[in-house]
Design a protein around this ligand. Structure first.
Ligand SMILES: Cc1cc2nc3c(=O)[nH]c(=O)nc-3n(C[C@H](O)[C@H](O)[C@H](O)COP(=O)(O)O)c2cc1C
Length: 288
């Protein structure tokens, strides 16, 4: 099979992509596939200009001369397209959304009404032969609604893709959480095998892949758990291992006299007044 993987994480060590790699390993156990992996953040893909010149020409190409046309060539030819990305503000990261927006050269202006009343553009490509799989990781513990917007958008855009929405994925890059991360990676590998065999996943498999690694209420009191990917402006940030009470990044305190210019309100803020922030400790479940 021809597989196109669109890796939409901007991070080199993407939590989500670890799951996707495990899934691909499982797929390759069944048979060898021709796999194209595009790390979207490394490509040059500008936002859609909304000029519709693709629709006037009808040649399935975009007028902007960057990397998107090469992606479209692989896209229209793929048997399986895997969208792998972190949940950003309940949707996909903007650089990946630009790739999605710029697939409109693959449809035409002409609209069709579906039996359920929905309206779509007629396509230039036979999308019914392309199987779409969405793997999305997120920082929050499991809660109803976190992925609702994304699920709706993907259902409408991709016509009921297979979706795997995984909570707490930053744990995948926390060495102390190996005991709960490894079993999830193993489940993804087995799921890859199942998908390669049937181009579908059973509801039970999806439920097992989406199950939280640690109980949702363990980390929901103090926010999501993040490993030490620190911003460059915070030298000296260090991480407490899970075994010592949490996997959250602990930043050195900001000196209280240093003020921060807020471009939005046009005022100076004193960080010492940030007393509403939750304490930087995360209780660890005894299970791990
Ligand atoms: C800009 C931004 C927006 C985010 N929005 C959400 C969100 O809406 N819901 C959520 O649960 N996590 C959110 N997260 C957390 C990421 O989804 C989480 O850290 C994920 O594990 C990162 O995956 P990656 O390592 O594959 O990039 C956000 C992170 C960033 C940087």
């Amino acid at each position: 099979m021809k597989i196109l993987v669109l890796n939409g994480s901007p991070k080199k060590k993407s939590d989500t992509f670890r799951l996707t790699e495990a899934f691909l390993r499982g797929m390759n156990r069944r048979a060898e596939h021709e796999t194209h992996i595009v790390r979207v953040i490394d490509t040059k893909i500008s936002p859609c200009r909304g000029c519709f010149s693709c629709w006037r020409r009808g040649d399935g190409r975009c007028v902007i001369d960057d990397d998107q046309n090469a992606i479209l060539d692989v896209y229209r030819d793929a048997d399986v397209i895997i969208w792998s990305f972190p949940l950003y503000c309940y949707g996909m990261p903007s650089h990946l959304k630009a790739v999605l927006d710029r697939t409109i050269p693959l449809v035409q202006q002409k609209m069709v009404r579906l039996p359920d009343g929905a309206v779509r553009h007629e396509s230039l490509v036979d999308f019914s032969r392309i199987h779409t799989l969405v793997i999305s990781g997120c920082g929050f513990p499991h809660w109803e609604g976190n992925f609702d917007g994304l699920r709706q958008m993907c259902r409408t855009c991709f016509g009921s893709p297979t979706m795997i929405c995984v909570p707490e994925t930053p744990l995948l890059n926390v060495p102390a959480a190996k005991a709960v991360a490894d079993p999830l990676l193993a489940r993804f590998e087995r799921a890859g095998e199942e998908y390669a065999a049937s181009l579908a996943l059973s509801p039970d498999t999806i439920a097992a892949l989406e199950a939280p690694m640690i109980p949702a209420d363990t980390c929901s009191d103090s926010g999501p758990i993040y490993p030490a990917t620190r911003p460059p402006s915070s030298p000296g940030a260090k991480m407490k291992p899970l075994s010592e009470g949490g996997a959250r990044t602990v930043f050195p305190p900001i000196p209280s006299r240093r003020r921060i210019w807020t471009g939005i309100t046009g005022t100076w803020l004193n960080p010492a007044s940030f007393t509403h922030l939750p304490p930087l400790t995360t209780p660890v479940p005894s299970a791990i």
